[in-house]
Structures are given as structure tokens and as C-alpha cells.
Write a protein that binds this ligand. Structure first.
Ligand code: GLP
Length: 270
């Protein structure tokens, strides 16, 4: 079931998302989070960091997993999602480096241990390792997601099976184009490791963040469709606890009274 909440603008959405993230770790300091990258959550991270400043133990016992990472980029590459998280969250908080997890798009450690493996074989083991880490952490308590213009979540592009787990995927040309600003040299990777749709749906709670006019079509589709692999985000309709936080621009093509929070099952948002 999806609950919709439409907020005035991006700063309001970012504050709302940050408050919910912080409330989750306040109520359970050992919470396990699945976290997004992209431009949408940047405001949320900035607000989380602002609110954590001067507070002890904000993230001390929290465990984080990231949704995805590009294949072939070492962690310290400026376009890697590790660098993104390092800049926007990790280096500003007391999050224990041993408790933060991002798929390794180079599978370097596995390749060092098993030099006989090809890159693809090592990446496959890395994906299995990542799933195992999530399982060992006790599963995800709260997943926070963004959504691509074509409805992708993580890097689960249209057509991704709803029972997919962490795996290597080819990026859609439109996704590479959308993410090109993060690669000033123009060299956008063509593959990524992503948590699968089933991995995402295994979270106890999910919050989807959507902001800006470029997402309005995908939001309209999400608000009016049945679950279908054509729109990966529609898999969320199969989950029992999903909150969509949309700003007015993203929600412009659905009819949803501003600030109204109610279950889609009782009152469709369109
Ligand atoms: C990337 C990420 C997704 C993210 C999407 C939307 O493809 N892998 O996790 O949700 O971009 O990004 P943005 O928020 O920049 O529109």
C-alpha cells in the first residue's frame, strides 16, 4: 500500500525526509538503512548532517547499505557512489566505517583473493556477498529511494523482475544521460551493481522521494498503474508500508491535495 504526501517544494520535502530518517534512528539506534544516491536525496542528507551536528551518537550504532554502485569505478573515483556518500553523509557523521556498506563495483577484494576469476565472475560473488551482508545485519528496517525518470529504483531499469536480488545490470541510455552531470569527463559507466527489487521490497518500511517536473510523468504512472515491470517503482504497490514524498512539481500530473497523507487504497491520489 502506498501513502502519498505532497509537499510544497524541494526544501520542505528534504526536511520531511530528514526528519523521518532521524526519527527512525532515534526510535531504533541500531536501525539498518538502505540509502539512495542521485540529486533528489542531496537536500535530505544536508539536513540530516545539519541536525546531527553537535549531537553525540547520531549514527553511531546505525548500519547503512547503499542501493547501488557503478561497475568499474574504484571507491575513490569522484563519480562513484562511495564518493557521493562520503561527501554528503559519511564524513560528517559518526557512522562506523565497518557498518556502512556499498557494493564494490570493482570486486577488488574478491579478485585479490581469487585472481583466477574473471571480472564478471568476481562481480557475481560480490553481489551474493552484499545480499549476505544485508541478511547478517538482520535485514533492512527502512529503505529510502529515489526514482529515475523512467521509473527505475536503485538501478532496476524497466523490465527488471520483481523477484530480482542484488546483481549487475546494464544501464539504460536515458539513465546514463541523466547521470552524466556526475561525470564531467563524459565517461558514464555502462553497468552497475544494484540491490534488486526483491531486496528493496524486503525492507520493513520504504520511503520514495520524488522531486521536480522531470519526474511528473513517472509519478503519474505510479499513481495510476497496477504493478508492472514496465515501471519498476510500481513494485512498491506490492509492499505494505510505502510512503511517497513528492514535491508539488513532481505531483503536478496527479490530483492530490497538498500535504494530504492518506492510503492510496482508500483514496486514489489521482
Ligand atoms: C540514479 C540512482 C537511483 C536514483 C536515480 C534518480 O540512477 N541509481 O537510485 O533514484 O538516479 O536520480 P535523481 O534523484 O538524480 O533524479
Amino acid at each position: 500500500m502506498i501513502t502519498w504526501r505532497v509537499l510544497d517544494d524541494y526544501p520542505t520535502l528534504s526536511r520531511d525526509a530528514a526528519d523521518r530518517l532521524l526519527a527512525a534512528i532515534e526510535s531504533d539506534p541500531r536501525a539498518v538503512l538502505l540509502l539512495p544516491t542521485g540529486t533528489t536525496p542531496e537536500g535530505m542528507y544536508a539536513e540530516v548532517v545539519r541536525q546531527c551536528r553537535g549531537r553525540y551518537f547520531c549514527f553511531r550504532d546505525v548500519t547503512t547499505f547503499n542501493l547501488d554502485e557503478y561497475v568499474g569505478l574504484p571507491a575513490d573515483h569522484s563519480g562513484s557512489y562511495f564518493s557521493y556518500m562520503q561527501e554528503r553523509l559519511f564524513r560528517h557523521t559518526d557512522l562506523d566505517p565497518a557498518r556502512r556498506h556499498i557494493p564494490d563495483g570493482t570486486a577488488e577484494r574478491i579478485r585479490r583473493q581469487r585472481p583466477e576469476l574473471s571480472l564478471d565472475e568476481a562481480l557475481e560473488l560480490e553481489c551474493a556477498r552484499y545480499e549476505e551482508e544485508i541478511r547478517r545485519a538482520g535485514g533492512i528496517d527502512l529503505a529510502i529511494l529515489g526514482m529515475g525518470r523512467n521509473g527505475h529504483i536503485g538501478f532496476n531499469e524497466p523490465g527488471s523482475p520483481f523477484d530480482s536480488r542484488t546483481r549487475v545490470v546494464e544501464l539504460h541510455p536515458s539513465t546514463r544521460q541523466a547521470n552524466a552531470p556526475f561525470f564531467p569527463d563524459g565517461d558514464v559507466p555502462s553497468r552497475a551493481i544494484t540491490a534488486g527489487i526483491a531486496t528493496i521490497l524486503s525492507a520493513a518500511r520504504i520511503i520514495l522521494l520524488v522531486s521536480g517536473a522531470s519526474k511528473a510523468d513517472a509519478v503519474r504512472r505510479l499513481a495510476s498503474t497496477e504493478p508492472s515491470p514496465d515501471l519498476p517503482a510500481s513494485a512498491l504497490l506490492n509492499h505494505s508500508d510505502v510512503l511517497v514524498l513528492a514535491d508539488r512539481e513532481a505531483a503536478a500530473k496527479i490530483e492530490q491535495p497538498q500535504g494530504m497523507e492518506r492510503p492510496a487504497a482508500e483514496q486514489p491520489p489521482y
